[in-house]
Design a protein. Structure first.
Length: 499
């Protein structure tokens, strides 16, 4: 048997950096530093250009080894073999980025039916040539697809260049792959169901978008016989806004019901926990709104992974992940006994805070123009840079740099529409006059000049300004929503009259 080959010290250092880059979080500064180390240059370039340069360098170095007859990893042993295998994997994955992206779009268009992966055979053959067993090759194909989906959904769904958006992307990536993708690849890829996630943040910040990025990026096995992944990612994310359902219907929506379980249950009904695929995620939005009995049932699902449809004693199994979100102050709800501690502890394997728009805008002045451009593109179906620049400038002039954006990106979407309709957006009046509102309330209280109605109207107005929804203010004050709205509207008119 021939003596195994060894890499030169220079090659070994190079491929060590490639291996570290391959396993690093692509949204982390460490990854960027490694990429720069690999190209050996501190060029000013975009992230995509940097990656292209890295891939060129890696491909060229591997090609050089191949040409000198030293390119086959099986000729090496130990660290050198695994470094070369990782470098070839890195090379294969990056060469198939565009086909994977095209496949993701095709699958999105095709919907819930899994479609054939046209390039799967080629990728598997190239992996097999590196000396991997067939099951290992299949797993790498599956992981490549998962990595590409995660990158695609985290990157495209969450626009923003501010440091807090970089942090958010980094956290979402770790939520999917853990902070050690090597460990994920070896041990955790099929054991993520107990890693539940709690997304916190104000209304309209993008918690739903962040949840969708996680939910569409789960591991999906490949079926070697059909040449398709076993599930479409369009089926692996089910989202429900829990505050939409009256208590009587919520359990049925979540867990399903049996025919005759209650008046009106004329047929069996499958709940979302039954419909969610084994590698899918359920997004429970507005989790802070659910009653204690529903919290107990959800806790059971998370703890025992089983649930019973309403009107049935059969316990069904749930294998997916749970992602939950709320814009309500959970700490307060827990202190007041409205949110159970045991449920909270089961939900928060990971807790991610989605940053408010005002923070993002303060951190990075290009944040607003980038979002406006993205919103227009989604609205009009093509890039409109000039229009985006005009609208962003209009918003900047009218609202100033310190506008609070209480409705966050959702408010910005409406602001863009309003600008298209009328060329003006004055901001949320309650916030524009916000300082005045608080000052007037405090002054009224200290002077003792407010009657009960004025006190409540001022307080509701102030809360609405902070919380951004009538429902939320109603919950906080114990008033009903219509009363809150009446007070808030009255306060708005008074504010408008005094300005
Ligand atoms: N970073 C972002 N880039 C692009 N669009 C975004 C971003 N964040 C949010 N959006 C868009 O803003 C809108 C509101 O986002 P989303 O519904 O996810 O907010 P939310 O935090 O879940 O709100 P709520 O707490 O009221 O449910 C959506 O249309 C979403 O696509």
């Amino acid at each position: 048997m021939n003596k195994p080959l060894t890499l030169t010290a220079v090659d070994r250092d190079f491929f060590r950096a490639v291996a570290l880059a391959a396993f690093a979080n692509p949204f982390s500064p460490e990854r960027e530093a490694l990429d720069r180390q690999i190209i050996g240059d501190d060029l000013r370039c975009s992230r995509d250009e940097l990656i292209d340069l890295v891939v060129d360098r890696v491909t060229a170095r591997l090609e050089g080894l191949r040409r000198s007859g030293k390119g086959d990893p099986v000729l090496y042993r130990g660290e050198d073999r695994s470094l070369l295998q990782t470098a070839f994997q890195f090379d294969i994955y990056h060469r198939y980025r565009a086909p994977f992206d095209a496949f993701i779009l095709d699958q999105q268009r095709a919907g819930d039916r899994p479609i054939k992966v046209p390039f799967a055979g080629e990728v598997l053959d190239q992996l097999e040539r590196l000396g991997y067993s067939r099951p290992d090759c299949l797993r790498y194909l599956e992981i490549f697809y998962q990595i590409r989906r995660a990158f695609y959904f985290i990157d495209t769904a969450l626009v923003g260049l501010s440091p807090s958006m970089h942090t958010l992307r980094l956290q979402l990536w770790n939520n999917i792959f853990t902070c050690d993708i090597n460990l994920y690849d070896q041990r955790l890829w099929d054991r993520m169901e107990d890693f539940s996630t709690l997304l916190l943040g104000e209304t309209g910040t993008g918690k739903g978008a962040a949840a969708a990025a996680i939910g569409r990026s789960g591991f999906i096995p490949f079926d070697d016989k059909t040449g398709c992944f076993k599930d479409s990612f369009t089926r692996t994310f089910i989202s429900r806004n829990l505050s939409q359902y009256p208590e009587s219907l919520l359990e049925s929506e979540l867990f399903g019901h049996r025919k005759g379980a209650f008046t009106g249950a004329i047929d069996n009904h499958e709940g979302v926990f039954t419909r969610c695929s084994a590698h899918g995620s359920i997004f429970l939005d507005e989790i802070g709104d659910v009653s204690i009995p529903v919290q107990i049932k959800l806790l059971q699902v998370l703890q025992e992974r089983t649930f019973a449809p309403v009107g049935s004693h059969d316990r069904l199994r749930f294998n997916g992940r749970v992602i939950a979100a709320t814009n309500r102050p959970l700490d307060e709800l827990r202190r007041e006994g409205q949110f159970r501690d045991d449920f909270y502890y089961r939900l928060c394997s990971d807790q991610i805070i989605v940053p408010p728009l005002r923070q993002r805008v303060q951190e990075e002045s290009s944040e607003l123009p980038a979002l406006v451009k993205n919103i227009l593109q989604r609205m009009l179906g093509h890039e409109c840079s000039a229009m985006a620049a005009e609208i962003s400038e209009g918003l900047r002039i009218t609202l100033g740099p310190h506008y609070a954006w209480p409705g966050n990106v959702r408010e910005l979407e409406q602001a863009v529409r309003r600008m298209l309709l009328t060329r003006r957006y004055e901001g949320d009046r309650l916030v524009v006059g916000g300082g005045g509102l608080q000052d007037a309330l405090v002054a009224g209280v200290s002077q003792g000049s407010l009657d009960a109605r004025g006190l409540l109207a001022g307080y509701c107005g102030l809360l609405y300004q902070r919380l951004g929804s009538y429902e939320e203010v109603a919950r906080r004050t114990g008033l009903d929503r219509r009363t809150v709205k009446k007070y808030v509207m009255a306060e708005t008119q008074e504010e408008a009259a005094s300005t």
